[in-house]
Structure formats: structure tokens, C-alpha cells
Design a protein around this ligand. Structure first.
Ligand SMILES: [Zn+2]
Length: 442
């Protein structure tokens, strides 16, 4: 199989190339400059100037739900939304029902995902109920996720040290949702019940705990930072402790494009944690994208039923689906000259692959890497209409937005899972647990 067109090669430049793919291994076996194919070759021709061939996008933070929450989303609709959104690998959070914090519960998920996934996926484990089970789980997960409640209760028991050591020895990521519950104020107006001070305080605590407990080099990742204050603290930390531990962080499109005045419109719909902050925070985080002061972009794809969303603020479920809008939101910024296509690849493909320790396999178009590619149409224009989502969550904070730029084709290890508005649903089960995939191939 050959893909020919303008591609982002070896993470440096766009060139007119032919990419040769071995369909058995799903890997790229050769890249030749120019379009030089034989009549007998099977070819995907995207040589028109409106297309760009990019390393497939990777999302470090999504909620695919399933199990008892399959009315909100399941592994097929969640990974289908990813395929349509141009994303080849999604990392799924453990706050499901039942939660992914025991070996038995993990097995439930491993099996569900295996039969339904359309794109590759990683699974996170929650705060473990029994650390003796950890030796059986490390081969199936990409990392651990800690929630606000964990940070100030669970951590005191010193179990964190054990988890962190396991993570360091097995190349697993420690991901934190940073908001300090001691500073929440449930009686505050929408959006102000959790402030930037709560986020700052949580990050400060996480850094101190990490510093005090670890002798091993460990990687911590602060997800969905939402404020200028947090960014400043993280930049300072990176400088100060770079030889003690590695810290990375991501931002979401909604924390860059939406601000807290949205709560006046329809507070329940816009409800999300961390809360939307001020326009100043939006702009500081956008600047961070321009200055390379961020490691990754994530969606925090958090689907709920419409009914759970259309409630008064205090009763509405927090979060939005994001997988089917993220790439178009970013390409719209590219089309407006607000962002480079290179930085979109860096934050949503190359860096996530590096953070997950999948460098060389994902996040690049190069020989030996998986042929997991996203071909985008830079010119396609469309309007966000949540009722057309593949995701079961039929609402969006970007409803009605006019966007320019769209995923045109998504390929996962040599197989097309989405092409020209068509989802290849018959391929469900093709998506693999990226951690298990890495183990079988090495
Ligand atoms: Zn989340």
C-alpha cells in the first residue's frame, strides 16, 4: 500500500512523498521523495494541495466510559468518534463504573475494549485498592490517574511511593487532575466554585509530594491546566527540579477558546472541571502554545447523556465530548495563521508519543513507525452540529461554530478506519491496547 501526497516527514518538513506501507506489520517500510509508483500498486492518492499527511493524532486524556456507563459512551462509539476526529490512539481514564482500581475491574475493561475498539488505546489505572495486584496490571496500562480526592486523602497513606516506584520501573505515567478540594466552595456562582487558586494549590502539593517521596526518576503529568498561575508554577518547577523528576502538562481546546462568561449563557452545558477561567487565562495558555511552554493538547473527551447535561448547574454532569471537534478547531487556528501545523503535530502527536514512551512507533512518519496516519483536508468548511456526532454525547460547547479544516482519512497501523466522512465500523476490534501491542512486538 502506498500513500502519496504532501507529508510531514521525520518531524521536520513537508515534502511531496510516497509512503510505502507493509500491510502485514502495519508499518512504514520506505519513504521516497516524489510520486513514483507502478501501475500495479495499491495507492491512496492525496496529492491535491488541500491535503496534508500527518502522523496520527494521539489524545492522552479521554473518557470512553462503557460498562455501567455505556449509555454515555462505549468503546465502539468513543473510538469511532476518535477515528472520525483523526485520532489514532486514545488514553482512557479509570473513573468508570466499576472504577479501574482493581485487577478484576481492569480485566473487564481490557476485554470490552478488545472487542470494540476501532483505533488504538491505552488504559489508565486509578488509585489502587490493593498494591499487591500492581505486578499483574503494569503490562496492560499506560499509567495511573489521580483525582483531586486522591491527592489529599489517599496520598497520606504513603501508598503513593509504592505506585510511583512501580511507575518509574515500568515506564508508566503518573497523571494528575490538579484541583484542591479543600478550597472548593459549592455555594459560589457557576465556575467560581473551583478557582485558579485551587488548581495552583493542588499542583504545588503534587510537586512537594513527588519531591519528598521519590528517589527514582519518575514522570509526572499534570493534565488540563486551565490558568496562567498554574502555568507559571509549572514553568518554574521544570527549571528548578529538572534533574529530580520529569514534569509535563497539557491544555485542552476549551481552556484556550472558552472563558467563564459562557456560564451566563447556559451554565449546565458549559460546566467542566477544571472550570473555565478568564480571557486573560485563555490568552496566556494560547501564548504558551506559541512559546513551546506546553507539552501536549488533550480533549478530556467527557461524554454524558443530554439529559444529564441539561440540568441546573449544580446538578449537571461536568465535561464535554471533544474528539470530533479538536482537530478542526486546531486547523481553523492554522488557517487563520494563529498556529502552525507543525505545532499541532508536536502537541497532538509527536509529544504525546514521547510522553507515552512510544517514540519511533507513533507520532512520526518515518521508516519503522506504524502507518498510523491522519490525512487532513485544510480547506473543508463545516459547522459543528452535535446531533451528527458518532459519540453518544450529542452536545458541544462549540455548537454552531464555523470551522475550516477537517480530518479526511484516518489510518491505524495500515488499515483505513475513516475515509471521506465514512466510518469503517466493520473494523471494530482492530484497535489494540498499545501497551499489549508493545509487549508482543518486542
Ligand atoms: Zn477527565
Amino acid at each position: 500500500l502506498i500513500v502519496q501526497g504532501i507529508a510531514y516527514i521525520n518531524n521536520t518538513l513537508f515534502e511531496r512523498v510516497s509512503i510505502f506501507i507493509d500491510e502485514d506489520s502495519g508499518k512504514i517500510i520506505d519513504i521516497k521523495v516524489g510520486y513514483n509508483i507502478q501501475a500495479s500498486d495499491k495507492v491512496i492518492d492525496v496529492t491535491k494541495n488541500r491535503y496534508r499527511i500527518l502522523p496520527g493524532f494521539i489524545d492522552l486524556h479521554v473518557h470512553l466510559r462503557d460498562l455501567a456507563y455505556s449509555y454515555k459512551e462505549d468503546y465502539y462509539t468513543g473510538t469511532g468518534a476518535a477515528a472520525k476526529g483523526g485520532i489514532v490512539l486514545v488514553c482512557d481514564m479509570p473513573n468508570t463504573k466499576p472504577p479501574t482500581n482493581t485487577l478484576d475491574n481492569l480485566k473487564l475493561k481490557v476485554n470490552k475494549a478488545r472487542s470494540k475498539a476501532l483505533v488504538d488505546y491505552g488504559l489508565y489505572y486509578g488509585s489502587p485498592k490493593d498494591t499487591r495486584e500492581l505486578k499483574y496490571v503494569t503490562n496492560h496500562i499506560v499509567g495511573f490517574k489521580f483525582y483531586p480526592e486522591d491527592i489529599f486523602t489517599y496520598f497520606d497513606k504513603n501508598v503513593f511511593g509504592e505506585v510511583a516506584n512501580k511507575a518509574a520501573n515500568n515506564d508508566l505515567l503518573l497523571v494528575f487532575h490538579a484541583e484542591d478540594p479543600r478550597l472548593f466552595n459549592q455555594r459560589a456562582p457557576p465556575g467560581l466554585e473551583r478557582t485558579d487558586i485551587a488548581e495552583y494549590s493542588a499542583i504545588d502539593n503534587i510537586i512537594n509530594i513527588t519531591r519528598n517521596l521519590l528517589r527514582h526518576k519518575v514522570k509526572i503529568h499534570i493534565t488540563h491546566i486551565s490558568s496562567a498561575k498554574s502555568l507559571q508554577l509549572l514553568l518554574k518547577t521544570k527549571k528548578q527540579y529538572y534533574n529530580e523528576f520529569e514534569v509535563t502538562w497539557d491544555v485542552t481546546p476549551h481552556h484556550i477558546l472558552l472563558d467563564n462568561t459562557m456560564y451566563r449563557i447556559n451554565a449546565g452545558l458549559y460546566k467542566v472541571y477544571p472550570t473555565l477561567k478568564t480571557r486573560y487565562d485563555n490568552m496566556r495558555l494560547y501564548l504558551a502554545l506559541l512559546n513551546n511552554e506546553v507539552d501536549a493538547i488533550t480533549t478530556d473527551h467527557a461524554p454524558h447523556s443530554l439529559n444529564e447535561k441539561m440540568r441546573p448547574y449544580n446538578e449537571a454532569c461536568p465535561g464535554y465530548p471533544g474528539l470530533e471537534t479538536v482537530v478542526s478547531l486546531l486547523l481553523t487556528m492554522v488557517n487563520k495563521d494563529l498556529l502552525s501545523l507543525e505545532s499541532v503535530v508536536r502537541y497532538y502527536s509527536y509529544n504525546p508519543a514521547r510522553i507515552l514512551n512510544l517514540k519511533g512507533l507513533y507520532g512520526v512518519i518515518s521508516k519503522g513507525a506504524y502507518a498510523s496516519l491522519t490525512i487532513v483536508d485544510l480547506k473543508a468548511e463545516w459547522k459543528v452540529k452535535a446531533e451528527d456526532f458518532v459519540s453518544k454525547a450529542k452536545y458541544s460547547p462549540f455548537e454552531g461554530w464555523s470551522l475550516q479544516g477537517k480530518p479526511y482519512l484516518t489510518m491505524v497501523r495500515g488499515k483505513i478506519v475513516f475515509h471521506d466522512n465514512m466510518l469503517y465500523g466493520e473494523l471494530r476490534g482492530w484497535g489494540k491496547n498499545v501497551r499489549e501491542l508493545a509487549k508482543t512486538k518486542s
